[in-house]
Design a protein around this ligand. Structure first.
Ligand code: MTE
Ligand code: LUZ
Ligand code: MOS
Length: 760
């Protein structure tokens, strides 16, 4: 089975939020954002814009009908700023006009008088001032302080980890349609229709049942639309209410980059203690998260950093502190990995630095400390069916890890200007929302009398293949041809209170809900078949569109079965519901079963670095990954390759740069470089562990969406080892991304980027 959407995508026929022909009376909205990063609003002049040709209305904070405060965890954000601004691009007004061009022209006529204040961008400084969101959090196990003295080696250091722009092909957008009796229909490119419904209802001042949100598919989300698609959808709804006309808001790329949050940059400190054999005895980390101006999802992102701070290793004594530090950037948000990647980078940096101090290869320390089955993690969960060492051993063997060492050694001895380096990156990532209540899902399944099947779930198709997975799950559970199954748009009137499609858990949760619904309908159908055949229903199954009795095909096919059930007035629809069992994480003690299971894998990355120019190529990336029993192997392979590429981009070329005023100078795709096919490794080899039944997953599958991103971290350490081969005396630096420019400066620490400096 291929990706369900592939034929429509390649013909350009699949419909996204704004691909449906607009109604004739539709109004276009554009958003006026703050020109400054921090200040007090003295006046906002919209009169000229309001009088501009084609303008229908200009909305500001005073036009919000209901409660203006919203946010996913704490409600600290306003749809339109009032009194103060806290980041460049923070929405201040919405210009509504007959055409987008009219709206853009009018927007240029708005003036904001803002008393500027000194903006803050440094999370450590924010922490020192006490400017943090929520409370600092700590996870701990064992006796870290008591163990340092017993360690033969103790190494300390710090990391500076860059953020990342999501760059979905489809920027943020929404349409809102006013309906009778104060009701509102919203089409939104969101990963979280219920977040849109809830926020829209609150801001419009109506009950949630008056807001319907419908989502066909997204042109990518990557976490950027887990919470921050809400703003634009709710603005469209407020404008639709105000004008009584349909509204469309579509962000242009530059607006999207300026106005929405990104992956959180982190500043982190670490301390690691080992014995003479490289066994890690203690680890401590402090994470200062650059949260941006409002809470958004920063607190759960921070929590996932705490969960993944020892990555794939068992360490008996651990203490990790972390805080969300408030700065004047757009609120940073969910991004594939959700804080996990930052936590993992820091432990990998600690291991690299310890290896360097001890004269070992980093992979010797890594291999020694990998998780084993039954290990108790520092947050109190024991690993089960742990595949960590298995993926490492298979990667080391299948790809011949020693050959990487030898190749780098021989090549580097024979070449002056180009050096090779490699690194191994093991990954262990927990599957479940860390807020346990989010681990629930619903699905609605209908069987029509012609035998065709309709499936609606609470999950969003964002390119990751959810519809393909759900189609296969429904078809296999019924025992029918997947071609009979249509996966519908996601709609809040068909499935209620849905969690965001996130945490890699969308197929797990919604697939299991689909299975519940299908099983109920199927059991009723088998009772009908039993009546027709005079057989006990439990001797019957459905396979290949036909009822089978004791494993042998009967004369009753699917279509006949369905029409008989209808004529006998049996239920042909069901609502399935699933809640992940056995989750018990206690946020007071930070101990318990946070995850249904973990995903494991190991990646080896090899690079060649041009040491006179700083440019590099990724020669090969080799992965062994555990999928359990995949629903669709090709879809999962696409997820592994896509996640890996996104991780490689984060570590190498995606450099978010802002000036002293907080304006992104890498604010478009000509200055912010995302990886393309030319940057992809020449040799990309992804292998899977032999398939096995992962019991918590639907049909034995494991989640796959986020974990492969973290394989990308290996490229940083591979580049660093190539730098070291050229310049053995340079200090190890942990500042990402490793752009060619940074690589060049690391290779030649005596050079200076400043033209006035002494270059002798
Ligand atoms: N793949 C594509 N093509 N597009 C996306 O937006 N989002 C990623 C990942 N893979 C994304 C993607 C993120 S951040 C997550 S959490 C998961 O997909 C969400 O889908 P899943 O839960 O079905 O894995
Ligand atoms: N979103 C969320 C997530 O709300 N909670 C999570 O634990 C999570 N994890 C990964 C990605 N998104
Ligand atoms: Mo993904 S960061 O959970 O949307």
């Amino acid at each position: 089975m291929k990706h369900l959407d592939a034929p429509l995508h390649v013909q350009g026929l699949s419909q996204f939020t704004d691909d449906v022909r607009p109604p004739r009376d539709m109004v276009h909205g554009v958003v006026f954002g703050s020109p400054v990063a921090r200040g007090v609003i003295r006046a906002l002049h919209v009169e000229e814009a309001t009088a501009s040709p084609g303008v229908v209305a200009v909305l500001t904070a005073e036009h919000i009908p209901g409660n203006p405060l919203f946010g996913p965890i704490i409600q600290d954000e306003r749809l339109l700023a009032q009194d103060e601004v806290a980041y460049v691009g923070q929405p201040l007004a919405i210009v509504l006009a007959e055409t987008r061009a009219d709206a853009v022209r009018a927007r240029a006529l708005i003036t904001a008088h803002i008393d500027e204040q000194e903006p803050q961008f440094d999370p450590r400084a924010a922490y020192d001032r006490g400017d943090i969101i929520g409370k600092p959090v700590a996870f701990a196990m064992g006796d870290v302080d008591g163990v340092w003295a017993q360690c033969a080696h103790v190494v300390e250091g710090s990391c500076s980890i860059g953020g990342q722009e999501h760059v979905p092909l489809e920027t943020n957008r929404a349409r809102a349609f006013p309906k009778e009796d104060g009701q509102m229909l919203i089409w939104s490119s969101t990963q979280s229709p219920y977040a849109v419904q809830r926020a829209a209802a609150k801001i419009l001042g109506v009950p949630e049942n008056k807001v319907e949100v419908d989502v066909k598919r997204l042109g990518g989300g990557f976490g950027g639309k887990e919470d921050q698609a809400t703003h634009w959808a709710v603005m469209a709804a407020v404008a639709a209410r105000h004008t009584a006309r349909p509204i469309e808001i579509v962000l242009h790329r530059e607006e999207d980059i300026r106005m929405t949050g990104k992956r959180h940059p982190y500043e982190s400190d670490f301390k690691i203690g080992l014995d003479d054999d490289g066994l890690i005895l203690a680890f401590e980390a402090k994470h200062f998260q650059n949260a941006g101006a409002f809470a958004d999802l920063s607190m759960p992102v921070l929590e996932r950093t705490l969960f993944h701070s020892t990555n794939a290793y068992f360490i008996p004594n651990v203490r990790v502190h972390a805080a969300c530090c408030r700065t004047n950037l757009a609120p940073n948000t969910a991004f594939r990995g959700f804080g996990g990647p930052q936590g993992m980078f820091v432990i990998e940096a600690a291991i690299a630095k310890a290896a360097d101090a001890m004269g070992l290869a980093p992979d010797q320390i890594q291999a020694k400390n990998l998780l084993r089955d039954g290990d108790e993690l520092y947050y109190g969960q024991k690993t089960e069916r742990c595949m960590m060492r298995r993926t490492w051993d298979e990667a080391a063997e299948a790809f011949d890890l020693e050959s990487f060492r030898k190749r780098a050694h021989d090549f580097n001895a024979a070449n002056f200007g180009v050096k090779k380096g490699f690194a191994v990156m093991p990954v262990c990532f927990g599957i479940s929302f860390t807020k346990s209540f989010l681990n629930q899902a619903g699905a609605l399944v209908h069987v029509y009398t012609d035998g065709s099947v309709s499936v609606t779930s609470g999950g969003i198709e964002m390119g990751q293949g959810l519809s393909t997975n759900l189609q296969a799950i429904a078809a296999r559970t019924f025992g029918i041809d997947p071609a009979r199954v249509k996966v519908e748009a996601t709609n809040t009137t068909r499935v209620s209170n849905m969690s965001p499609s996130a945490a890699s858990a969308t197929t797990d949760l919604n697939g299991n809900a689909v299975i519940q619904a299908v099983r109920e309908i199927r059991a009723g159908l088998l009772r009908v078949a039993g009546e027709l055949l005079g057989a006990a229903p439990d001797s019957l199954t459905i396979a290949h569109d036909r009822v089978a009795r004791d494993g042998k095909s009967t004369e009753i096919d699917w279509n006949r079965l369905v029409s008989e059930a209808y004529l006998r007035r049996r239920k042909l629809s069901a609502y399935g519901y699933y809640a992940t069992p056995n989750l018990s994480f206690d946020h007071a003690t930070n101990k318990g079963n946070a995850f249904a299971y973990h995903v494991y894998g190991t990646c080896i990355t090899e690079v060649s670095l041009d040491c006179l120019r700083g440019i590099y190529t990724i020669d090969s990336v080799k992965v062994v990954h555990d999928l359990g029993r995949p629903i669709n192997e090709l879809v999962d392979l696409g997820q592994v390759e896509g996640g890996l590429m996104q991780g490689l981009g984060w570590m190498t070329m995606e450099d978010l740069v802002w000036d002293e005023k907080g304006r992104y100078t890498s604010g478009s795709l000509s200055t912010y470089k995302a990886p393309d096919v030319y940057f992809a490794p020449d040799d990309l080899d992804v292998r899977f562990l032999p398939f096995w039944e992962n019991e918590p997953g639907p049909l034995g599958a494991k989640a796959v969406g986020e974990p492969p991103l973290m394989y990308g971290i290996g490229v940083y350490f591979a580049l660093q080892s190539a730098i070291r081969a050229f310049a053995p005396d340079t200090a190890l630096v942990f500042k990402t991304p490793m752009t060619p420019e940074r690589a060049l400066l690391a290779l030649h620490p005596d050079w200076s980027p400043s033209p006035s400096a002494d270059r002798s």
